[in-house]
Write a protein that binds this ligand. Structure first.
Ligand SMILES: NC(=O)N[C@@H](CC(=O)O)C(=O)O
Ligand SMILES: [Zn+2]
Ligand SMILES: [Zn+2]
Length: 367
């Protein structure tokens, strides 16, 4: 279903840290990773997928775009309790909660959220993606709240796409950066921003060239696939996510950024489960589910780059450092043992098709 990774990646400048991994190591041990962009949904869907993330990741930044968006601190605390209730009793997984920014979010909510341990607010331009109808119609309406965030050191996470129908869908990230993000950072130069799930050379360059308070998360699908994957052999709904996959040179830019070792880029799977029948539909949902295979696929992609030694920074250090969180101290071990990704996973009363379904991964997580 998905195109295999094209082997066009240059292997020059290979910098494998020998202390962690030797040429064709049969296992690697890395500090336990965190997922800085995760959709867990609620209800029965939550109970299906949450344990799969908690099996691998120590912490995850939980996206607030539920059907009833998580807009108030009290809701985030309720949601956190239902996440913990969906996990085995003695789990050490820690959900890092976020709030959904709206035109009406009061500046006072910022301190309340921070005091309650909420780590960030999420900016969804209204209409940009799944469950974003209550999102922001104009960032200028949110300036007092964004200013409060800058002052309190609370992060802004951004779905970076404009929504105007005149803008070509493949240009929406670039236009957002130019017309919304850049001007916003000129007004609030200290605001800590994560540009989520970046997909273009423009986003990579922007993040590389701005100050240290701007970083980006990178998904496995945007490292792996270009937009041909959407149409390979017919319409491929399970390759559809937002921001939509881009052309090959953008995939390469994102791939190179992720594997470069630059601390501004870190792991955020954007694992976004949708029931199979809601994707295989006349109007299919946007979102790719990757929780149970993401770390293994990142490892494969870093190895493809000849940069397996940079995996640990990307998956376990850069995000924690940017968020001001302590690095995890426990480890996960990946073993070289090919296995086939299942065609689907149970999801509530139905199923969800993962990224890389029925394909072979070369790394497995040791139990
Ligand atoms: N990435 C997606 O295509 N979908 C996400 C929303 C988002 O992260 O934009 C979802 O919640 O399904
Ligand atoms: Zn998004
Ligand atoms: Zn997302």
């Amino acid at each position: 279903m998905f195109s295999p990774l094209t082997s066009t990646i240059s292997r020059s400048g290979e910098r494998v840290m020998r202390s962690i991994v030797s040429a064709a190591a049969s296992s690697i041990s890395i500090t336990r990773p965190d997922d800085f962009h995760l959709h867990l949904r609620d209800g029965a869907g939550l109970r299906s997928v949450a344990p799969l993330s908690a099996d691998v990741f120590k912490r995850a930044v939980i996206m607030p775009n539920l059907k009833h968006p998580v807009v108030r601190t009290a809701q985030a605390l309720d949601y956190k309790r239902s996440i913990m209730d969906a996990l085995p009793k003695h789990t050490d997984f820690e959900p890092l909660m976020t709030l959904y920014l709206t035109d009406k979010t009061a500046p006072e909510e910022v301190q309340a959220a921070k005091d309650a341990g909420v780590v960030a607010f999420k900016l969804y331009p209204a209409g940009a993606t799944t469950n974003s109808d209550s999102g922001v119609t104009d960032v200028n309406r949110c300036l007092p709240t964004l200013n409060a965030m800058a002052e309190a050191g609370v992060l802004l996470l951004v779905h970076g796409e404009v929504t105007s129908p005149e803008v070509d869908i493949f240009d929406r990230e670039m236009v957002f950066i130019e017309t919304v993000l850049q001007p916003l950072l000129e007004q609030l130069p200290n605001l800590k921003v994560v540009l989520e799930h970046i997909t273009t050379q423009h986003a990579v360059s922007f993040v590389e060239s701005t100050a240290a308070n701007v970083a980006a998360s990178i998904t496995p699908q945007h490292m792996l696939l270009n937009r041909n994957a959407l149409f390979q052999g017919g319409l491929q709904p399970h390759a559809y996510c937002l921001p939509v996959l881009k052309r090959e040179r953008h995939r390469q830019a994102v791939f190179n950024a992720a594997t470069s070792g630059n601390p501004k880029f870190f792991l955020g799977t954007d694992s976004a489960p949708h029931a199979r029948e809601t994707k295989e539909a006349s109007c299919g949902c946007a979102g790719i589910f990757s929780a149970p295979i993401a770390l293994q696929l990142y490892a494969q992609l870093f190895e493809e780059a000849g940069r397996l030694g940079n995996l640990e920074g990307f998956s376990s250090y850069h995000g924690a450092d940017f968020y001001g969180l302590p690095r995890n101290t426990d480890k996960v071990e990946l073993i070289r043992e090919p296995w086939q990704v299942p065609g689907c996973y149970p999801y509530a009363s139905t199923s969800v098709v993962p990224l890389f379904a029925e394909k072979k991964l070369s790394w497995k997580i040791a139990k």
